[in-house]
Ligand binder design. Structure first.
Ligand code: ZN
Ligand code: ZN
Length: 499
């Protein structure tokens, strides 16, 4: 992996650049909770967290904030929403009912699991909800300035993004007090702290700038930089395109708000098996889904191991296993390992691949622990070990390629009757050897030894073992697999198969 060979981690490079600018930093990230927050979104937050950690590790004073865009309108009815949501299009996410009935709003329904995942990933930002910020008056000055300098902002937007704005365009979207929509109102004028508006629903009147609406996205983004003194912010490449919201933000920030824009960290998408991940398309794997399958350290590592501007191809099936292998092989003194680890750390040193075999042979949690202890693994923290066992079990159920899944045959499978005489003899010899104590490695080596003694290829003996235990021709690494099973059971089955 290219990034692993680099001497300095990219997050430390960013922190170094930031330290040249000032000695106090606010790193910000933001996600609109308009749907399930998926692992593609995780890159935003983890990129911000990695920079934040690098700053803190370098002794720089820093804060990490996460602004949840809870005041954004619902743009359309996503595939995961039923028809009752048609009437909520255009309303702020904070004022739409939650799909399950268990949360205070639509926004909270998606935010809550996301925030608890962040906690498990050991990411602890100050969480700010946009609707509360607007209602508390945090944006008041920024709104007044935007309304006063509407023409200049419109000019910047037209010049930088090369689009024409209508003469009715306003940097402020009024939230209609009657129909509750942000997308159906027109600003007619403003006076003091009041904005005059007309709505498509027929309502006309005025609202207070405090809580009565919000700045449009491009203006909102630039305004929050100065409000929160943000000095660094990661964002997806869509915002970074020429004439995109970062470009307009830079000019609005400097010219309207007199604030030097934050240091940009542009990140590429995470692709799921060749499909760009997006919550609106319903192909998302959420962060909670992934945390069911991999330890949080490995998810941090997925983002930390590669520079933000590089694309990540993610396949929860085979490449996830490779990712875990790679993580397990990391030097614990390496910077990427330090940045990936969580507070609790990964105290478990059991290879995930081995756990995948163990959970498919053990009948209970107790057996999982027993097998691991017999295999010589240190089982200090049973809770952690069982958490990894849970990950492995869920991975097998949801994502494992066929060759990683197996079911132990309770009795000698029909397929085992077709074994050759040599294969049967090899199994008999193996049973003889396994009467004495043997480690997983020794059993594995013994398979090769008995193959040689009967004069067939080792692959034929491996095949015979899988036929006898699983009723098929392939399976997990035989030595470790046989070792994880009850020894008497193994001996009986080998003898039955060789009879
Ligand atoms: Zn809910
Ligand atoms: Zn209305």
């Amino acid at each position: 992996m290219e990034s692993l060979n680099e001497k300095v981690h990219w997050a430390d490079v960013v922190a170094g650049e930031l330290a040249k600018r000032s000695d106090e930093h606010v790193v910000a990230c933001g996600i609109t909770p308009s749907g399930p927050i998926h692992i593609g979104n995780m890159r935003e937050v983890l990129t911000a967290d990695l920079v934040y950690r690098a700053l803190v590790d370098a002794g720089t004073k820093a804060r990490l904030i996460y602004i949840a865009d809870t005041f954004d309108p619902l743009r359309r009815r996503y595939p995961f929403l039923d028809e009752s949501y048609d009437e909520h299009i255009g309303k702020p996410l904070s004022r739409i009912p939650c799909p399950c009935g268990g949360h205070t709003s639509y926004a909270e329904h998606f935010l809550e699991p996301f925030l608890s995942s962040l906690d498990r990933l050991d990411v602890h930002p100050e969480v700010l909800r946009a609707h509360e910020l607007y209602e508390r008056g945090v944006y008041d000055d920024a709104i007044i300035r935007a309304l006063q300098r509407r023409d200049e902002i419109a000019h910047i937007l037209e010049e930088v993004s090369a689009r024409r704005l209508s003469s009715e365009w306003s940097p402020f979207s009024v939230l209609c007090p009657v129909c509750g929509r942000l997308n159906s109102t027109r600003v007619l004028g403003y006076e003091g702290g009041r904005v005059l508006f007309a709505c498509e629903c027929g309502e006309q009147g005025e609202v207070d700038i405090r809580g009565g609406g919000k700045l449009t996205w491009r203006v909102d983004w630039a305004a929050r930089w100065s409000i929160f003194k943000i000095t660094c912010e990661p964002f997806g490449k869509d915002h970074a395109a020429a004439g995109g919201s970062y470009d307009t933000g830079v000019r609005i920030s400097r010219e309207i708000y007199g604030y030097e824009p934050p240091y940009p960290v542009v990140y590429e998408w995470i692709q799921l098996r060749g499909t760009p991940m997006s919550s609106s398309k319903g192909v998302a794997v959420t962060i909670e889904d992934m945390l069911d399958v991999v330890p949080p350290e490995v998810l941090r590592y997925l983002i930390a191991r590669i520079r933000p501007e590089k694309h990540i191809e993610f396949d929860p099936s085979r490449s996830l296993l490779q990712l875990i292998d790679e993580f397990e092989a990391l030097d614990t003194n390496s910077r990427v390992y330090q940045l990936s680890r969580t507070r609790h750390g990964m105290s478990v040193s059991i290879p995930f691949r081995h756990m995948v075999t163990v959970v498919q042979t053990a009948q209970s949690e107790r057996q999982v622990l027993d097998v691991l202890k017999r295999s010589g693994y240190a089982v200090e923290d049973e809770h952690e070990v069982l958490a990894l066992a849970h990950n492995a079990r869920v991975w097998v159920q949801r994502y494992a390629p066929e060759e990683f899944r197996f079911t132990l045959a309770p009795t000698l499978p029909e397929a085992a009757h077709s074994l050759s005489e040599e294969q049967k003899r090899a199994l008999a010899l193996l049973a003889e050897s396994m009467k004495g104590p043997m480690s997983a490695e020794e059993i594995h080596a013994e398979v090769y030894a008995v193959a040689e003694r009967v004069g067939i290829k080792a692959s034929k003996v491996f095949q015979a073992i899988y036929m006898a235990f699983l009723g098929r021709r392939s399976g997990p690494r035989a030595g470790w697999f046989l070792f994880s099973l009850d020894r008497n059971f193994v001996l009986t089955r080998l003898r039955e198969a060789s009879a």
